[in-house]
Design a protein around this ligand. Structure first.
Ligand code: BTN
Length: 250
């Protein structure tokens, strides 16, 4: 695949969710893959675990990439490389404090600035990936609801000026598909090094981790080449592929 010259871009004024738009229009869109669907606002923006992703007009970047992945083995790396592509751009804007919190969040000084929602559709042996990215771009602090006041931040708040969302989305597409290409080529050592380098947690951090109904405490070891989180627990070293690390220290 060559990116992003053949990228089909759809810019919508309003949509329920850019991820859902790709799913609904899968039959027509799949012949045009890779696609980038971007909306100025989402009426039902979704986050992980069925959470709402607030998506007011002018506030953020709401975009989803739809494409085929040639190798299912690398699926676990997708949200992480989406994070890498985003952090690479954000760290180039004069402040290098953006980090990836495994597996789907982008933090700036412990506050969430972006989130990633990766979904898949399998038709026969074709694996379609939908990678939705939401970035808080132009919000001011009072735009966030009370329960997010201490936990969310935008690029506007960080840099002290608003950002043109158009330029940002083009850069993101370029960076995102550059990293997807590395995933397809199986460049796993380079990818894993990069993810660990940009990880919010580092080796030796005591963390508390929600995995379904369970809360597990342990010591963060690393992120593996298949995207798994390696945690040192009382029972030894374990790999986890989904869940959420709590922000407070264990
Ligand atoms: C999360 O942090 O829980 C993930 C948030 C993902 C939000 C983006 S915005 C574009 C795309 N469309 C959606 O409905 N969700 C993702």
């Amino acid at each position: 695949m060559t990116y992003p010259e053949n990228l089909h871009i759809i810019h919508l004024e309003s949509v329920d969710s850019t991820n859902d738009y790709i799913k609904r229009n899968y039959r027509t869109l799949s012949s045009r893959f890779p696609v980038m669907v971007r909306a100025d606002l989402q009426t039902s923006g979704r986050g992980r675990h069925d959470r709402e992703w607030m998506s007011p007009r002018g506030g953020g970047l709401y975009t989803s990439f739809g494409f085929l992945l040639n190798n299912q083995r690398n699926l676990g790396l997708l949200p992480l490389v989406a994070g890498v592509s985003l952090v690479e751009i954000l760290n180039c804007q004069g402040d290098e404090n953006f980090r990836i919190k495994w597996p789907n969040d982008i933090l700036y000084n412990q506050r969430k600035v972006a989130g990633i929602l990766t979904e898949t559709i399998i038709f026969g042996d074709r694996l379609t990936c939908i990678c939705g990215i939401g970035v808080n771009v132009n919000q001011i602090q009072s735009d966030f609801p009370p329960h997010l006041q201490e936990r969310a931040i935008s690029l506007n708040i960080i840099h002290g000026h608003p950002f043109p969302i158009d330029n940002f989305s083009r850069e993101l597409a370029r960076s995102f598909f550059k990293w997807v290409e590395k995933v397809e080529l199986g460049d796993s050592a380079l990818i894993t090094d990069k993810i660990n380098h940009l990880s919010f947690h580092s080796k030796g951090d005591h963390i508390s981790f929600h995995n379904g109904e369970r809360t597990i405490t342990g010591i963060f070891s690393r992120i593996e080449s298949d995207g798994g989180l390696i945690l040192q627990t009382e029972g030894g070293e374990n790999s986890y592929y989904s869940g959420e690390i709590k922000m407070e220290k264990a």
